[in-house]
Ligand binder design. Sequence first.
Ligand code: HXC
Length: 508
Amino acid sequence: MQTILDDLERRRAAARLGGGQKRIDAQHAKGRLTARERLDVLLDEGSFEELDMFVEHNCTDFGMDAQHIPGDGVVTGSGTINGRLVFVFSQDFTVFGGSLSERHAQKICKIMDMALKVGAPVIGLNDSGGARIQEGVASLGGYAEVFQRNVLASGVVPQLSLIMGPCAGGAVYSPAMTDFIFMVKDSSYMFVTGPDVVKTVTNEVVTQEELGGAVTHTTRSGVADVAFDNDIEALLAARDFFDFLPLSNQTGVPVRPTEDAWDRIEPSLDTLIPDSAAKPYDMHELIAKVVDEGDFFETQPGHAANIITGFGRIEGRTVGIVANQPLVLAGVLDINSARKAGRFVRFCDAFEIPIVTFVDVPGFLPGTAQEYGGIIKHGAKLLFAYAEATVPKITVITRKAYGGAYDVMASKHLRGDFNYAWPTAEIAVMGAKGAVEIIFRGKTPEEIAERTAEYEARFANPFVAASKGFIDEVIMPHSTRRRIALALRKLRNKHLENPWKKHDNIPL
Ligand code: HXC
């Protein structure tokens, strides 16, 4: 019997060694952890339960029948993060470059199927040379099986991708269909075609990092959410992030005990808005003062920073926060910010996470770049997302809410549940000067100034909107957290359903 047990241990040890010490050393030399070391950081100590450790590929071409490594380049299973169940896969670059074979794909599919069955999130750690070249179409089929499951799981269980090495070709589309993507700076990249193909086809010369590195995707393209300096930082952040997420669309948000009083008053908020309407202020300050212990996990901080999205907690329960940022482009809505916030709102709605919206928006960004780029369709994404969302929606207008952007930002008309305004709010079709220049075109500068003052007196306040019931209450800035907490309590049993449909037709 002992020999049988010893044999199992020997097999396990061989599997844990992946592609061997030399390749592990090479992985470390690149500043990267191995697949298993990453899982050790991501999951609670001792919680990882591995599946399919002895799965091997079934390829016989190109000498592959002579090379079998147990596990076939991906470590899969489940574990816990701060006690909550999660299914994981971690690609092992030391085994055939982490490339995806048919069996490798089957392992990923198995844990995805299980996650869907029991209602738990999936976190994928991606580090792979792409399709297993020796396997050809079998590997492509494997990818498509994963893609199909990404889609079926979307909106049912949260899916998070960490890109910790190469991710190229069609392989990028699995992470792209997950809810959030974290990347590691200088060691991960994502692109559909690499620099060599780009050079051949378009004659552009570009490095891997410039084309698809973490900075590129978390600033320019917006494909990824957050960039981290190294593997450890990314994995620890993933643990923090996971704590905000529901396990599935059936569980509701997690609750974490907090010492932060629900009715905490913040007198400093009474002076947050500058005296001049043209002066910016940092919306992060309001968010930090409203959420429990100032703990806010921002998604896409480097992309479309004119809108802020991310998760915080009120009374220990997760809320999604969307806020215009007056510090960047005066908080205007444009193509990127509408796409960014629209996708975030839809995530929250799919997973029953209440949405708190802070509004200070001067309107949509004018210009040919925006119009030719399709601001009409892209802006409509955010409008559509807010309008279809049935989760609790609480809106606080701090200053400007002009034009169509007023409507878009979770207004009463889009079924906002509690719509508050600070006394500093200005709710109008546009700013006073612009409005007067249109309706009093050709008048003298004195008359324009007079009419501007008149328009400001009429609309540069929240009371016209409040008199119509579009604003439920004008609140003191210092009591914002208390008001939001009370509103969320009232909405805890909110039930609202949209008409039956197969699915909607959001302007993609
Ligand atoms: C099989 C692969 C592999 C692959 C790497 N390896 N990629 N084996 N299939 N796709 C193996 C290498 O042979 C090598 O084996 C080991 O992994 C490490 O690779 P290196 O090249 O030594 O590492 P490095 O220099 O760090 O370069 C990494 C790399 C490069 C940039 C990823 O390996 C590379 O370009 N690989 C091919 C990428 C590719 O074209 N993939 C197909 C994309 S198309 P040894 O034994 O020497 O250690 C695709 C389609 C998906 O993925 C479609 C989905 C719909």
